[in-house]
Design a protein around this ligand. Sequence first.
Ligand SMILES: [Zn+2]
Length: 48
Amino acid sequence: MSRYICLKCGKEFDESQLSVMMTIRCPYCGYRVIAKTRSSEVKILKAI
Ligand SMILES: [Zn+2]
């Protein structure tokens, strides 16, 4: 399962928490720029 990390508050969360929001957004602070982390790479996702 993919893990995500918020670039503002730094909290980590997983895909199921993200899908609840129906958008790319931190479930803790609502910030819209998060990074998708996999074992060896980090991909920045920015919601428009
Ligand atoms: Zn956050």
